[in-house]
Design a protein around this ligand. Structure first.
Ligand SMILES: *[C@@H]1O[C@H](CO)[C@@H](O)[C@H](O)[C@H]1NC(C)=O
Ligand SMILES: *[C@@H]1O[C@H](CO)[C@@H](O)[C@H](O)[C@H]1NC(C)=O
Ligand SMILES: *[C@@H]1O[C@H](CO)[C@@H](O)[C@H](O)[C@H]1NC(C)=O
Ligand SMILES: *[C@@H]1O[C@H](CO)[C@@H](O)[C@H](O)[C@H]1NC(C)=O
Ligand SMILES: *[C@@H]1O[C@H](CO)[C@@H](O)[C@H](O)[C@H]1NC(C)=O
Length: 567
């Protein structure tokens, strides 16, 4: 039975992948993967990839789901590991109801899963759960308890190793938060003292101004304070005390952007653009992509705007903050993912053109419609007005509960999808073979990876680096005349509901390039690049990162390393 089911999934997958191109005028012309990128089948997961977290030092991704049946393996584990190279899936034992949890990495690379869901199917209450992943034992182990229940919670690891957990408690049942229990506070968890947490009060103006406090966009700034933005309002906060440092500008005064909501259930996506040595790592730019209008409903066209904000940390510790810069995206998108690529561009992928997240509890209809099958690239360094380009389309709808993340090979893993048989679409697509849930997992290969002559291959590198350490990386590249143009560290992905809560990219300063010596006798044509490690623990909190060498727009396969404070 199990093999039959599996074979059927694969068969339908290929049938879908070769389906006729849609007649939609959105598709850019041609079919060259070196221009449009390419979607490839990876495999079938046993649970839906509602949550997607890379497991450091492996090619695996932890998936967690809302309990769904039947699973392709006939069992009902709500967690498991997907291998992005082999496409195989292994169940992980978890005691709690996990959908809507937050997740991050401890400094030693351990995956931590915080908060979760109310009881569902046979899984008990998870909203106060604090768990860590044991990769060898294939278990999520309970290490403590939150003081209050949280779901749709953002987990952020701070420069001192502690983790903040932020969100309201139950789900928003109606379009206002009257049904929700407001949490005008967050919890601070110390993994070295994991049994419980400290409750930190937010400034009263924060709760008063954020209508929705679900999966807030939180980024550690180069000052060590946190950018904390929920829906339409945000503050820079001192994370250990909750103290308001600065109130962020709003976009209420920009007529086209008025009513642009970005928190669940109107989920847009957000990224912190690469932190760069030429700014001494003190310029943080945040971009929020898409979302839904405040009056959004199941057929309302999603937001087709992105908003970009510059935050400069000054030498005296204060901030120079710009205004939100509005840009128009080629397509509307809600519930998509924004994936930073090692070349500094952002891939917008998955999600819908209409509707909002959630589903009718009884009957389970979709509230997102018209899948957005077209990934879009955003090049933050390009001149304003020419930053967006549309890539080739996918055949699989990934709406509610879809995820995406950078793999060590530089491709983007795509997973998840719920209510997959319940939406409407004007475009042709490959329906989920399993109806309601979507278990098929893909890799998106960005166009630049087809420039194989310019993919640098790392031959040797240090597996641990300290702040401002001078390190040398040995590499080869098929084009013997080319040398790397950039060396970057990518924090591993931790994505759900449109927000990758651990995404961060550091460009390292190139000190020297040696172009014509064979640095390793056994590796002909090997060259070196020497770089300086990231500035400090605020710029690059300690922990696991992926190292990539970049040549102009393309980049080679990455390597895991860890950044550690030896001072
Ligand atoms: C890495 O990506 C390249 C380009 O898509 C592909 O040819 C290669 O097989 C991939 N390698 C692994 C280990 O996934
Ligand atoms: C990582 O750190 C956490 C918290 O201190 C600890 O519980 C866990 O066992 C550590 N894991 C490894 C692999 O050392
Ligand atoms: C949304 O649009 C679809 C397709 O046109 C239609 O069938 C459906 O009735 C609409 N739903 C609502 C609530 O307007
Ligand atoms: C910090 O420096 C900026 C620019 O030089 C100045 O405008 C600001 O007043 C200073 N702030 C404090 C608190 O000294
Ligand atoms: C590399 O550079 C050399 C010297 O400038 C040139 O002769 C050769 O054609 C170049 N090779 C390629 C592949 O461009």
């Amino acid at each position: 039975m199990r093999h039959f089911l599996y074979a059927q999934f694969i068969l339908l997958f290929f049938a879908g992948a070769h389906a006729e191109e849609s007649s939609s005028s959105t598709s850019p012309a041609g079919s060259d993967p070196a221009v449009l990128g390419e979607f490839r089948q990876l495999g079938v997961s046993y649970c839906v990839g509602v949550q997607l977290i890379a497991v450091p030092n492996t090619d695996k991704f932890l998936f967690m789901e809302r309990p769904t049946t039947p699973h392709p393996d006939g069992k009902h584990a709500n967690a498991g590991l997907m291998d992005a190279v082999t496409g195989t899936f292994t169940n992980v034992a978890c005691k709690f109801s996990m959908e809507n949890c937050g997740h991050t990495y401890l400094e030693n690379g351990t995956v931590a899963v915080l908060a979760g869901h109310k009881p569902q199917s046979s899984y008990p209450e998870g909203r106060r759960a604090l768990q860590i992943l044991n990769v060898e034992a294939l278990t999520l182990d309970s290490v403590g308890q939150l003081q209050f229940g949280h779901w749709l919670a953002t987990a952020t690891r701070l420069p001192n190793g502690m983790v903040t957990i932020m969100s309201d408690s139950p789900s928003p049942v109606g379009p206002t938060r009257k049904d929700a229990v407001q949490n005008p506070f967050y919890e601070l968890w110390d993994p070295n003292n994991p049994a419980s947490t400290t409750v930190v009060q937010l400034d009263s103006t924060f709760s008063a101004n954020t209508k929705y406090f679900y999966y807030p966009f939180v980024f550690v700034l180069p000052s060590g304070d946190i950018f904390t933005f929920s829906n339409t309002y945000g503050q820079i906060i001192a994370p250990l005390t909750g103290k308001k440092v600065v109130v962020l500008p709003t976009w209420k005064n920009i007529p086209e952007a008025k009513g642009m909501n970005t928190a669940y259930p109107f989920s847009g996506s957000a990224v912190l653009l690469p932190l760069r040595p030429e700014d001494n790592y003190q310029l943080a730019e945040i971009v929020i992509f898409g979302g839904q209008w405040s009056k959004g409903w199941v057929n309302t066209t999603a937001v087709d705007l992105s908003m970009r904000l510059k935050i400069k940390v000054l030498e005296n510790g204060s901030y120079d903050i710009g205004e939100w810069q509005m840009e128009r995206m080629p397509l509307p998108r809600v519930s998509g993912s924004a994936v930073l690529l090692p070349n500094g561009q952002v891939l917008l992928i998955n999600g819908a053109k209409r509707g909002m997240l959630g589903d009718a509890v009884s009957g389970g209809g979709a509230m997102l419609n018209e899948p957005n099958f077209w990934p879009v690239l955003y090049d933050p360094m390009a001149p304003e007005g020419s930053r967006y380009s549309t890539l080739g389309r996918s055949q699989i709808a990934r709406l509610l509960h879809s995820t995406a993340g950078l793999t060590l090979n530089g491709t983007v893993i795509l997973a998840g999808g719920d209510r997959s048989s319940r939406f409407w679409s004007p475009d042709t697509y490959s329906p989920s073979p399993s109806g309601f849930p979507e278990f098929r997992v893909e890799l998106f290969v960005p166009p630049f990876l087809y420039d194989t002559d310019h993919r640098p291959i790392i031959v040797s590198y240090p597996v641990v680096i300290g702040y401002e350490d001078i390190i040398t990386i040995v590499y080869t590249m098929p084009d013997a005349n080319a040398t790397v143009t950039s060396v970057v560290l990518m924090a591993p992905p931790s994505d759900t509901h449109g927000f990758n809560m651990h995404q961060r990219m550091l460009v390292l300063q190139i000190i020297a390039e040696d172009k014509d010596t064979n640095h390793e006798a056994s590796v002909p044509g090997s060259r070196t690049v020497t770089v300086r490690g990231p500035l400090n623990v605020n710029v690059a909190p300690q922990g696991p990162y992926m190292l990539f060498l970049v040549y102009e727009k393309t980049y080679g396969p990455g390597k895991w390393l860890s950044v550690r404070d030896f001072s």
